[in-house]
Design a protein around this ligand. Structure first.
Ligand SMILES: [Zn+2]
Length: 353
């Protein structure tokens, strides 16, 4: 199967398969950062179809860095398949590879500044939302990852959940926070490079179309290998998404989706850029492990960068655990992930013709 071993491998494979499939390629190289092997970090865009196409299918990967192992694999499998044959003439395909190349290459869910891009696309001139993260930050990212400090932190989290409920804890933790640059789900203080790059490439590739249909690929939430199609905006888009991708599309606003409702995601940015009514886009969220398991990996890696440092003895173990939490490198998982992605692509294609 065409799932990558690391970012450099992913990028090379994506570009090669795209060229072979007659896609045109362009790259948005990161202005300051390089990969672990000194390689260029870039968001690559492959396009097939006329620049003035009335309809655009947009498929993006790697917004959450390390989740790009899955998204890049799906894009590679699509490029190597015959699924794109028979698309209507007025329809172009735009594949955006590694929206957050730094996180992909360095095994982070966040970007080079620990920013969660799906919390970064807010209006930074307005007051930031604060669903209660300040209170739990020190517990989520304790002084030490082992021993007394960690045990005390975990006990505090348990007590918080016992008193206020798991849902309140999840909202406080993952709703997006703007006060702790070394914490979890940090939204940043200004638009990140990936955010502005995303907006630039959308203006170039999608703004001229009448309709844009999108899938943004993620991992880490939901049952193992299940790919939940989620609408993250409003009821109108949810209805359109169901008509295109199937009745099973969930909506964060309806409370039935595997992910909580957050503002400031890249999908919200896409709506800002393309204007109301043009875009119908889902987040495709593939399950890996349980929430406690994924959260453990996420906290550990955040602790490593904030407090432990890359030279600490736990570093390689913690990095590997993060990758494993967001990408199950087993044949049956990858097979199910590809099949689900193909299934959604076929439904979309069927809706367009
Ligand atoms: Zn994600």
């Amino acid at each position: 199967m065409l799932y990558p071993t690391d970012y450099a491998d992913a990028r090379e494979r994506f570009r090669e398969l795209a060229s072979r499939a007659d896609f045109s390629l362009e790259s948005y190289a990161h202005p300051t950062k390089k990969g672990p092997g000194g390689e260029t970090l870039a968001c690559d865009v492959a396009r097939f179809g006329p620049m003035d196409a009335k309809r655009v299918i947009l498929i993006s990967s790697g917004a959450h860095g390390v989740e790009g192992f899955c998204g890049s694999g799906c894009q590679a499998e699509l490029l190597a398949s015959d699924l794109m044959e028979g698309l209507p003439r007025d329809t172009a395909i735009v594949l955006v590879h590694a929206v957050n190349p730094y996180g992909f290459a360095w095994l982070r869910r966040t970007n080079e500044d620990n920013i969660d891009l799906n919390r970064n696309c807010v209006d930074h001139s307005l007051e930031y939302p604060n669903p209660g993260y300040d209170e739990i930050h020190d517990w989520l990212v304790p002084k030490d990852w082992d021993g007394k400090a960690r045990a005390e932190a975990d006990a505090s989290i348990e007590a918080y959940i016992a008193k206020r409920g798991l849902r309140a804890f999840q909202i406080a933790m993952s709703g997006g926070q703007y006060n702790h640059p070394d914490g979890l789900f940090y939204g940043g203080k200004a638009a990140a490079w990936s955010n502005t790059t995303w907006r630039t490439l959308l203006r170039k590739h999608c703004a001229g179309a009448e309709q844009v249909y999108g899938i943004d690929i993620h991992t880490g939430l939901g049952p193992r290998a299940v790919g939940e199609a989620i609408c993250v905006t409003n009821e109108t888009e949810h209805l359109k998404a169901k008509a295109l991708f199937g009745e099973e599309v969930t909506w964060t606003g309806g409370g039935e989706a595997v992910s909580a409702q957050v503002g400031g995601s890249l999908l919200h940015a896409a709506h800002d850029e393309l204007g109301a009514g043009k875009l119908t886009m889902i987040a495709l969220e593939y399950g890996t492990y349980s929430i406690p398991e994924t959260l453990e990996a996420l906290r550990a890696e955040t602790w490593l960068v904030a407090r432990g440092g890359p030279q600490s003895e736990q570093a390689s173990k913690i990095k590997q655990a993060l990758k494993d939490a967001f990408f199950i490198d087993e044949h049956d998982w990858k097979q199910a992930v590809t099949a689900r992605f193909f299934d959604l692509f076929r439904k979309l294609k069927g809706s367009l013709s």
